[in-house]
Design a protein around this ligand. Structure first.
Ligand SMILES: *Cc1c(COP(=O)(O)O)cnc(C)c1O
Length: 427
C-alpha cells in the first residue's frame, strides 16, 4: 500500500510505510483486511468508551441521517443539538449553563481560550496571561500548541506560538511547588492572569502522568481567589476514563470552562463541546455586534454527531457504565502486582481505567527508540498499544473482557522479556 496518497497523522512514513488496513470493528476488536483480529487496548486513541460499532449508536446515526444530515448552525438549531445541550448541562456542574459545539478536542480548546481571552477583552480590562502546566498537551492547532508543552512536536512552529506562563508538573510529594508557583505568579502579575488551563488529574499525551485531586482543588481555589478563569481540558479524562464521569468531580470543583470531545460520541463521529458559565456568556451578550463570539467551524453542531453523542450518553444508564468502569478498574488493579514486581519497569500507575508504566533505563522522551519497536511487537501479537516514549499504557473500551486484559498484560510482559534479551531489534 506504499502507493497510497494518504499522509497519515503522527506518522513518519519513511519508517512506517504501510498502514494496517482495518475493515471493520466490534466491541474491543478491530478486524484487519488480512484477517487478523486486533484488541484495541487504547480505544482508538482514547475516543472509544462503550466499544466499537455499538448497535444503539449505529441505529441513532442511521435514523438521524435519514432525517437531517447537516445544517448551518448560525441562526439555526435542531432537535439532537438541543437534546444534547440539555444532557451536557445536566451532567456537568450547575455553574456551566452554556454549550458551544465544535468538532475536535483541539477546536474545543481554541474555543475555550477565545472565550476566556474574549471575556476579559469585553470586560474592558483585558488580561493577557495564560497559565498551563509543564508537559501539557491540548491539541495540535496553533492556540492549542501554544498552551501545550514545547518539544519535538512544535519545534518548527515555535516562533509562531504565543507565550504562556508554565507551572511545574505536580510530582508526588512535591505538589506544593506547583501550587506555590501559581500563587507567586498571581501575586506578581496582579490582574494580568486571564486563565489557567489544565488536564485534570492525568496529563495524557505527556505519558499518563497522574497528579492528585487535592492539587487540582488548590489550583482551582487560587483561580477563584484571583478571579482567573479555570479551564478544564477533559478531552481525554472525560467520559469515565479516570473513574468518575469527569475528572473534576474527584476534586469537587466547578470549572468555569470545560472542553469535551473524544468519548463524547463514543468516538464514532467527530464532535466537541466547550461548556461555559453564564458570566462568560454574558460578557459576549450585547446588542453590540462587535461582541459576538466570532468562532465557527462548518460542521458545528452536526446533527449526526449530536445524535451519536445523545445515544452514547443514554448508554451510561442503560448499560450501567459506572459499574462497567468499576469492574474494569478492579480487573486492572488485580493485574498490577504482576507488573509492579518486575525490575525492568517503574512507576506502575493506575487511575480509573488507565494503566501505565515506564520502561527503565532507556533514552527518555518521545523519540525514544523503543516505542516504535514495542508498537510493532504489540501489533504482531494482535494488540493495539502505542507507547509514548518509554511509557506503555492501556486505556481500553469499557466492554473489554477480563481474558483480553490478561492477554494484553501477557503481551506486555513478553515484549519486556524480548526487549531484555535483544529480540525486539528484529521486529
Ligand atoms: C487529544 C487531546 C486533545 C486534542 O483533541 P483532538 O480531537 O485530537 O484535536 C486536546 N486535549 C487533550 C487533553 C487531549 O488528550
Amino acid at each position: 500500500m506504499t502507493h497510497s496518497p494518504i499522509w497519515h497523522p503522527f506518522t513518519q512514513h519513511a519508517l512506517l510505510p504501510d498502514s494496517v488496513f482495518i475493515d471493520s470493528s466490534e466491541g474491543a476488536y478491530l478486524y484487519a483486511k488480512d484477517g487478523r483480529r486486533i484488541i484495541d487496548a487504547i480505544s482508538s486513541w482514547w475516543v472509544n468508551i462503550h466499544g466499537h460499532n455499538h448497535p444503539k449508536i449505529v441505529a441513532a446515526v442511521q435514523e438521524q441521517a435519514a432525517k437531517l444530515d447537516q445544517i448551518i448552525f448560525a441562526g439555526f438549531t435542531h432537535e439532537p443539538a438541543e437534546r444534547l445541550a440539555e444532557k451536557l448541562v445536566g451532567l456537568t456542574p450547575p455553574n456551566l449553563t452554556r454549550v458551544f459545539y465544535s468538532d475536535s478536542g483541539s477546536t474545543a480548546v481554541e474555543v475555550a481560550l477565545k472565550m476566556a481571552l474574549g471575556y476579559w477583552a469585553h470586560k474592558d480590562k483585558p488580561r493577557l496571561g495564560v497559565v498551563a502546566l509543564d508537559h501539557a498537551y491540548h491539541g495540535d492547532t496553533f492556540g492549542a500548541m501554544s498552551v501545550g508543552s514545547r518539544g519535538v512536536f512544535s519545534a518548527p512552529y515555535g516562533n509562531f506560538l504565543f507565550d504562556v506562563h508554565r507551572l511545574p508538573f505536580p510530582e508526588t510529594d512535591r505538589e506544593h511547588l506547583t501550587v506555590e508557583a501559581f500563587e507567586k505568579l498571581l501575586k506578581t502579575q496582579t490582574n494580568d492572569i486571564a486563565a489557567l488551563i489544565v488536564e485534570p488529574l492525568v496529563l495524557g499525551a505527556a505519558g499518563m502522568r497522574i497528579y492528585s485531586a487535592a492539587t487540582l482543588r488548590s489550583l482551582h481555589a487560587l483561580c477563584r481567589s484571583y478571579g482567573v478563569i479555570f479551564i478544564a481540558d477533559e478531552v481525554m479524562t472525560g467520559w469515565g476514563r479516570t473513574g468518575t464521569r469527569f475528572a473534576c468531580e474527584q476534586a469537587h470543583i466547578e470549572p468555569d470552562i470545560v472542553c469535551l470531545s473524544k468519548g463524547l460520541t463514543n468516538g464514532c463521529l467527530p464532535m466537541a463541546a466547550t461548556l461555559a458559565t453564564e458570566d462568560i456568556y454574558q460578557a459576549f451578550y450585547s446588542t453590540d455586534r462587535a461582541k459576538t463570539f466570532f468562532h465557527s467551524t462548518s460542521f458545528t453542531g452536526n446533527p449526526l454527531a449530536c445524535a451519536a453523542a445523545c445515544a452514547s450518553i443514554d448508554l451510561w444508564k442503560e448499560n450501567n457504565v459506572a459499574e462497567l468502569i468499576k469492574t474494569l478498574h478492579d480487573h486492572q488493579a488485580a493485574l498490577l502486582p504482576r507488573l509492579a514486581a518486575r525490575k525492568d519497569i517503574e512507576n506502575v500507575r493506575h487511575i480509573g481505567t488507565i494503566m501505565a508504566l515506564d520502561v527503565c533505563d532507556v533514552r527518555q522522551g518521545y523519540l525514544s527508540d523503543i516505542a516504535p519497536k514495542l508498537y510493532r511487537y504489540f501489533l504482531a501479537q494482535g494488540v493495539l498499544l502505542r507507547p509514548i516514549g518509554q511509557t506503555i499504557y492501556m486505556l481500553p473500551p469499557y466492554c473489554v473482557s477480563q481474558d483480553d486484559l490478561n492477554f494484553i498484560v501477557g503481551v506486555i510482559e513478553r515484549a519486556l522479556d524480548a526487549l531484555a534479551c535483544g529480540d525486539l531489534e528484529n521486529i
